[in-house]
Write a protein that binds this ligand. Structure first.
Ligand code: ADP
Ligand code: MG
Length: 240
């Protein structure tokens, strides 16, 4: 899997708003958001429930479009990209990890990891080798032929991370990835994210309620009422 360059801007938000029609009174899920994420960063998004964290993650992953403002991907205005280009971006450049793992129960671990390759432009001959490589990265080769319900929650989340990485994604977006895990498994998952960030140059943005989980990241964005209210970097925040 290729190591990404660090330092250049990956995603830029400029005065981004997301408004949902809510009967007579529309809800601003995020308001006037401006920030940038550089390649190689490890960012935690924090804030109370309803503060706009998931909305921001969806916008970052181009799963949703802003109501106002602009989002740039590697310098290109995303509103000018076609649906096809956006779909390619979501499939190949961005990997998603969820709180509830979202693995398919009837498929083996290996088949789950291979799945995103079927929707991309990868040669079928490469699928198996890529899936094995992603499983190796998360340390789960031995579980390749098991079903999701035959492995632990922590291992299932590692499978989800392998699935997010298998296309060679530059950026992983994770919404409460440790929300369903005990503290030991949470630590293991954060250690894995840290390794992928430091050693593979993978950009990681995760949402968490948990300050201990957030402290693994090198930058923390705090949200309140749909606004970005603080943007802090930890000691070791130099981008590698
Ligand atoms: P968080 O992830 O921080 O809990 P969200 O981004 O999910 O917050 O939600 C922010 C606000 O936007 C909340 O008030 C929520 O109710 C509202 N919201 C989010 N998604 C929708 C939607 N699809 N339709 C209507 N309102 C929504
Ligand atoms: Mg949320």
């Amino acid at each position: 899997m290729e190591v990404c360059e660090s330092g250049s801007n990956l995603v830029v938000f400029e005065h981004v708003w997301k408004t949902y029609a809510h009967g007579a009174s529309p809800v601003n899920a995020v308001q006037d958001l401006s920030f940038r994420i550089d390649q190689g960063e490890f960012v935690a998004i924090m804030g109370p429930s309803g503060s706009g964290k998931s909305t921001t993650l969806h916008l970052l992953g181009f799963l949703d479009r802003p109501s106002q403002g602009q989002i740039f991907w590697q310098g290109s205005d995303a509103s000018r990209l076609s649906e096809n280009s956006l779909a390619r971006l979501r499939n190949q450049a961005i990997g998603f990890v969820f709180q509830s793992f979202n693995l398919l129960p009837r498929m083996s671990v290996l088949e789950n990891v291979e799945l995103p390759l079927k929707y991309g432009s990868f040669k079928p001959k490469e699928h198996r080798a890529r899936a094995w490589e992603a499983l190796r990265l998360v340390g789960l080769e031995k579980e390749a032929f098991r079903r999701p319900n035959q492995i632990s929650g922590g291992q299932q989340q590692r499978v989800a991370i392998a699935r997010a990485l298998v296309t060679g994604a530059k950026m992983i977006l994770a919404d409460e990835p440790t929300g369903n895990l005990d503290s030991k498994s949470s630590q293991d998952i954060m250690q894995l994210f840290s390794h992928l960030n430091r050693d593979m140059g993978c950009t990681i943005v995760l949402v968490t309620h948990n300050p201990e989980v957030a402290s693994w990241a090198r930058r923390q964005l705090y949200f309140r009422d749909g606004r970005l209210v603080a943007d802090t970097s930890s000691e070791q925040s130099a981008i590698c």
